[in-house]
Every structure is written in structure tokens, then in C-alpha cells.
Design a binder for this molecule. Structure first.
Ligand code: SF4
Ligand code: SF4
Length: 451
């Protein structure tokens, strides 16, 4: 039987198996399922004739057991790393090493096209380009300093209708990879012919600050890229404990690796097939052990920062009154929704005619409440969005970057997402085979909120 290309390479992920089972909640899912089965068999075994009446004093009903406390997870769980990598020559810089890798992929027809960031001719921004000609890769910028468009959204646009069987390599950040995987679970992105290639991500600069002085921003970004400085990144980037985690097929690892080299780490069978076709042999090594140790150290620091930062944010911003204050400057432009990769509805309720009222309706609402804000229903929009997509939020910061009035939307949504996903021990985009909560259910879940 052919291996599923999206399944992790068994050679490289043996260590992960038990860990992943825990992370994916396989054990609890199974026990929940078996709980359902036993309940069903109990129902079948009930005798049809009623039990004879007895004169014995009926037993006191057992006191109701207190529901088990659900421990809230307030930060993403640790993501286990694979242990095999090939070594690439990076003496001419990490971006050139990535470009050479992609060129080899195109010239050897391992890929038909590559999706990679490109600086626009004015130098004031970067866009994703789908490139077939290997020579055009020379002007690409695989590790761009800004992310005006989320790569997961770009991949969804390319593959939503049909893929035409084209094999595409997408060089995107870990949070973009998560978005693409999450969208594939929502049937919004077809990853069958896509090789997802991520890299150690230092974060991205806020687009507005980049545009003010692109040359200075690029200089600052490169300094951070080479020295892993904490730069003036998007706030959620500084708190992303998964910025070097591998969710896709391959990953370029630089952290703690000898300056003249770079690792290309394989995660899946699809990634292994690409390396095999390029004649690259991925194996365990001291270099990958060092990369893993450094990555875990950085993740631990960010996890702790995230917990503190979101703890403060919750105390300052959460609750109806605080949220009303926070969103009081919102102009309801819906930018945060349009740029969000996982805001996937094709027909948005907040943009449909049902929310366009007659003047008389507005009068009635104004009379009933004493007055009516315009734009109206701002909080309704944000609460609706929160309910709708926090299960899938990948904490990429794109919404906050696009907000014209600088509301910390990504921090708010990410904080809620950590709690919502934590309830289900879910991490959006962690694994293509991890079932999305609320699409599956168990009779025994959420007992703490009643029958
Ligand atoms: S809500 Fe914001 S941070 Fe979360 S996935 Fe959407 S754009 Fe990214
Ligand atoms: S982008 Fe900012 S101003 Fe626009 S709807 Fe979202 S929060 Fe409001």
C-alpha cells in the first residue's frame, strides 16, 4: 500500500508517536468513543418487562458528582520535532541557499511552480509570486520582512477551484503553513500537490512601519535575521512559541546551525520524496540535535512571555465593558476579516443584506436604547468573528497589521483562540489528520456545563 504523502515519515517520527497520540487527544477520543459504545450496550440490555415493585425504602439518590474541572490551556502546546535533516551550503546567505534549492526543484521538474515572496518594483512592499521560470527566482525574497498577504490564503486562492495537477512548492512561515493545513481541513485549500516548506521565522515587521522607511526596515530585519534579536516585530510574532515548529513537509533550520550551512529538515513522506529526488540524504546528526535544543529553548521563553502577556491582556480587555471600550474606535471596515486566512465563509453574514436596515428600524433601535452608534453592531461583528474563527486562528497577526485604527485584534483573537483550542487540546493546523473540534462530538463531552 502506498504511504499517504501527508503522513509523517515513520522513519523520522517514531519518537513522536506516543507524544503525538497525546497531543492529538487520540487516547481520550478513543475512550470517549468506547464510552459511547458501552452506553449503547447498556440500553440494549435493559429488560422489556418492568421490574417488580418493592416495598424497600428507595435508596437515597447519590449526591451529584461535581463536574471535573477543565484545566484551561492558555498557550499552544509544545510541538514535537522530527530528527532527520540534510545539510545545505549557505555560505552565500540563507536566502540564496533557499533559492538554489528551489531552482534545483524547478529544473529537475520536481515542482512545476514555486510560491515565494517577491519585492514589488517600488520596493515598498512584498507580494507572493507563483513562479515557473527558475531564473526569476533570483529576484525573490524567500524570507521577506513583512507579510501583507497570508500565504495560507494565497494557497487557498490558487487551489480552491482545482489544482490542475500542478506540483507547487510553497515557501511560507510556520503560521502560514498552519493556516494552509487548517484550510485544507475546511475544504478551502487542496494540499495534495503542494509541498509546504517553512523556515525558522524571526517574525515580521508591521507593514505600516516598513512602508515609512523600507531601506531602514530591511536593514533592521536582516540584523535580526542574522542575530536573532528581538526586533520591532508584530506583537504576536514576539509571543509565537511555534515560530520554528514544523507543520508542513520540509523546513529550513538555521537556529544554532554553523553559519556556512543550513539544515533542510524532513517531516513527511512528501518532504522525503523531494529530498530523495534532489539527491539529498536526510539523517540524524549533531547539527539537528543542536537546532532542536535551541528551538525548544526559544519556544519555552516565548511560551512563558505569551502566558504573561495574554494574562495581562485578559484582565485589561476581556469582559463586555472592556471589549466595548477596546472596540469603541473600530470603524467596522472589516479589514481584519478580509485578510484573515482562516475566516473562510464564502458568504459573510456581516456583509449580507440582512444587516442593512431601513431608517425606521434604526429609529426604533435608537428610541429603545436612547441613542444608536454608527457604525452600528460593531461589537456584534467582533463577537461573531470571535465565535466563528477562534478555533482556527493561527496567531499570524495579519488582522492587526491591517487595522487602520491599531486595535490589537490579533492579540485579542489569539488570546481567545488559546483558550478555545485549549479546551479541546487542539492546535489549529498542527496536523492535517487531527479532527477539528465541533465537527466531531462525543456524548460525554462538556459535562461541566450540564446535560
Ligand atoms: S484572527 Fe488574526 S491572528 Fe488569527 S488567524 Fe486571523 S488574521 Fe491571523
Ligand atoms: S480592521 Fe480594525 S477598524 Fe477595521 S473592523 Fe477590524 S478592528 Fe475594526
Amino acid at each position: 500500500m502506498e504511504a499517504n504523502e501527508n503522513t509523517p515519515d515513520p522513519q523520522v517520527t517514531n519518537i513522536e508517536t506516543s507524544q503525538e497520540s497525546k497531543e492529538l487527544g487520540v487516547e481520550s477520543q478513543e475512550s470517549k468513543e468506547s464510552g459511547v459504545e458501552s452506553q449503547e450496550s447498556e440500553i440494549e440490555a435493559t429488560p422489556e418487562t418492568p421490574a417488580p415493585e418493592t416495598t424497600e425504602t428507595p435508596e437515597e439518590p447519590a449526591p451529584e458528582e461535581a463536574p471535573e474541572e477543565t484545566e484551561e490551556r492558555t498557550e499552544p502546546v509544545e510541538v514535537e520535532m522530527p530528527m532527520r535533516a540534510a545539510v545545505l551550503d549557505a555560505k552565500s546567505g540563507v536566502e540564496n541557499a533557499i533559492i538554489n534549492f528551489l531552482k534545483d526543484g524547478l529544473t529537475n521538474t520536481i515542482f512545476d511552480a514555486v510560491l515565494v515572496p517577491y519585492k514589488v518594483p517600488t520596493g515598498e512592499s512584498f507580494v507572493y509570486m507563483l513562479i515557473h521560470n527558475p531564473d526569476l527566482l533570483d529576484q525573490s525574497s524567500p524570507i521577506a520582512p513583512i507579510m501583507p498577504t497570508q500565504g495560507g490564503q494565497a494557497l487557498a486562492s490558487i487551489t480552491r477551484q482545482e489544482t490542475g495537477g500542478l506540483k507547487i512548492a510553497a515557501v511560507i512561515r510556520p503560521c502560514e503553513t498552519r493556516a494552509a493545513i487548517e484550510l485544507s481541513k475546511l475544504s478551502q485549500c487542496d494540499l495534495e500537490n503542494i509541498t509546504l516548506i517553512s523556515y525558522d521565522c524571526p517574525g515580521v515587521l508591521p507593514t505600516a512601519e516598513f512602508i515609512e522607511d523600507p531601506n531602514k526596515a530591511i536593514e533592521m530585519f536582516n540584523e535580526g535575521l542574522n542575530n536573532w534579536n528581538d526586533m520591532a516585530m508584530r506583537p504576536v510574532c514576539l509571543l509565537d512559541s511555534n515560530s520554528n515548529s514544523i507543520f508542513g513537509d520540509l523546513h529550513f533550520g538555521r537556529l544554532g546551525v554553523d553559519g556556512g550551512t543550513m539544515l533542510v529538515i524532513q517531516k513527511t513522506q512528501k518532504g522525503k520524496a523531494v529530498l530523495d529526488a534532489l539527491g539529498l540524504n536526510a539523517e540524524p546528526s549533531a547539527a539537528i540535535d543542536t537546532w532542536k535544543a535551541k528551538t525548544n529553548e526559544m519556544a519555552e521563553t516565548k511560551r512563558s512571555k505569551r502566558k504573561d502577556a495574554f494574562g495581562t491582556l485578559r484582565s485589561e480587555k476581556m469582559g463586555l465593558a472592556n471589549l466595548q471600550d477596546t472596540f469603541s474606535t473600530c470603524i467596522n471596515c472589516h479589514n481584519c476579516m478580509r485578510v484573515c486566512p482562516v475566516d473562510y465563509c464564502q458568504q459573510c453574514y456581516f456583509e449580507c443584506d440582512d444587516l442593512k436596515f431601513l431608517a425606521e428600524d434604526y429609529f426604533q433601535r435608537a428610541n429603545a436604547a436612547g441613542s444608536l452608534n454608527f457604525p452600528p453592531d460593531v461589537l456584534l461583528y467582533h463577537m461573531g468573528r470571535m465565535i466563528h474563527m477562534t478555533m482556527s486562528c493561527v496567531s499570524c497577526g495579519t488582522c492587526e497589521d491591517a487595522c487602520p485604527v491599531k486595535i490589537p485584534v490579533a492579540q485579542i483573537y489569539s488570546s481567545v483562540a488559546d483558550e478555545v483550542q485549549g479546551i479541546f487540546d487542539y492546535l489549529s493546523g498542527r496536523d492535517p489528520d487531527e479532527p477539528r473540534p465541533l465537527l466531531t462530538y462525543s456524548l460525554n463531552e462538556f459535562s461541566e456545563i450540564g446535560e
